[in-house]
Design a binder for this molecule. Structure first.
Ligand SMILES: [Zn+2]
Length: 379
């Protein structure tokens, strides 16, 4: 992947290229931003740039031997680490990213903006948690004990590093601080909140901005989509290219999430315990990543309600399934209770990430949301 294939993020691209021109490449760097803003493609383009033998001041050449290998993510000096879990095919006691690398390459080459939930779905394990385990770290250490194969820089790329468990993170702390010469660690994360401080203190952090609507529309349109539809999807996706791409292919998951949130808020508002019970069952039956995705979609709809309240013309950004609900619900939502509700949703997601009981977390969250919505309705 070249920088020219990465949507937007022009400031960061220039900064990264300069670091190479000035020979000031930090040995551990972390790209932080929601998946839809493209931290992975940016890290991959940078890795390719580092290894390119004929780079220009602004991009890799795309033609040299190294670039050709990078284009397939098959460069021998690129080690790929990412979350996964046991599957039907691979269910031995020890397993690492290496066992899944063929599938990962295929997914990333199809859509470098893919999110964790979609990736786990491709492995057929969407109900499990994606993990980076101690066997991955063992392989990093082993791999780095050999000489670099051919490139000027050797890269260890860790996608969604927040999924490293403590054992895995602790095992690479030392080498992250002092890697062998010409070895660069590129970590990719969607946020730094759940990341160990010991990792954070050892990396140079690059924060990605949300993509602009025009950038997303252009990226979709260059895929031969008609411009009007691209613009509309870009507007709905709110800076998330992955979401825009998903909507383009199949919007069932999004539609389901919207339907769930609407039923949920109705049940909270009417304190309908029976309905809440059904929703809790439904929530519990999902995999952990799906639960987190659902909470994140819920936050996004809530933010849309808030925006709609302040700027009714933002209704152009709403999906037809959201329109009526957002309009009605906006009477009961204001800056105060929305902030509390968003915090509650965030916290629930955090607890689910950390193996909290989904039933308890969801029930607790429902009561908190119910209280916040009603407090405004009564006023
Ligand atoms: Zn090249």
């Amino acid at each position: 992947m070249q920088f020219s294939n990465v949507v937007g993020q022009e400031g960061l691209k220039a900064k990264l290229c300069n670091s190479v021109q000035n020979k000031r490449v930090a040995h551990a760097q972390m790209f932080v931003g929601p998946v839809g803003s493209g931290p992975l493609p940016l890290a991959l383009a940078f890795a390719q740039y580092l290894a390119c033998t004929d780079r220009t001041p602004t991009d890799s050449c795309g033609k040299c031997d190294s670039c050709i290998k990078y284009a397939k993510l098959e460069h021998p000096d690129l080690q790929l680490i990412f979350p996964k879990n046991k599957t039907q095919k691979i269910d031995s006691g020890t397993y690492s990213s290496k066992d899944f690398v063929t599938e990962w390459r295929k997914s990333i080459l199809t859509n470098p903006y893919i999110d964790l939930n979609s990736w786990l779905k491709e492995l057929g394990i969407e109900k499990k948690q994606g993990l980076i385990n101690v066997d991955d770290s063992r392989e990093i250490l082993q791999n780095l004990s050999y000489k670099a194969y051919q490139a000027e820089y050797r890269v260890v790329l860790i996608w969604l590093a927040e999924n490293m468990n403590a054992a895995s993170a602790n095992k690479i702390l030392k080498i992250l601080e002092e890697p062998p010469t010409r070895t660069v660690f590129l970590l990719v994360a969607s946020d730094t909140e759940n990341m160990l401080q010991t990792i954070l203190s050892r990396v140079q952090i690059h924060r990605l901005e949300r993509l602009k609507e025009t950038e997303i529309a252009q990226a979709l349109a260059s895929n031969q989509e008609d411009l009007e539809r691209s613009k509309r999807l870009a507007s709905i996706a709110d800076g998330d290219l992955n979401l825009a791409k998903q909507l383009l292919l199949d919007d069932t998951e999004i539609t389901n999430a919207i339907g769930f949130f609407i039923r949920w808020m109705r049940a909270c508002f009417t304190v309908n315990l029976e309905a809440l019970q059904d929703l809790t069952d439904e929530f519990q039956s999902l995999g952990r990543e799906q639960q987190k995705a659902l909470l994140s979609r819920s936050s996004s709809i809530l933010r849309k309600v808030l925006t709609y309240r302040a700027l009714p013309e933002s209704k152009d950004k709403l999906l037809k399934e959201e329109l009526e609900f957002v309009h009605k619900f906006s009477q009961f939502i204001n800056e105060n209770n929305a902030a509390d509700m968003l915090t509650a949703l965030n916290e629930a997601s955090y607890h689910i990430e950390r193996n909290a009981n989904a039933r308890i977390a969801f029930t607790d969250l429902s009561f908190q949301l119910s209280e916040k919505v009603l407090s405004e309705a009564i006023r």
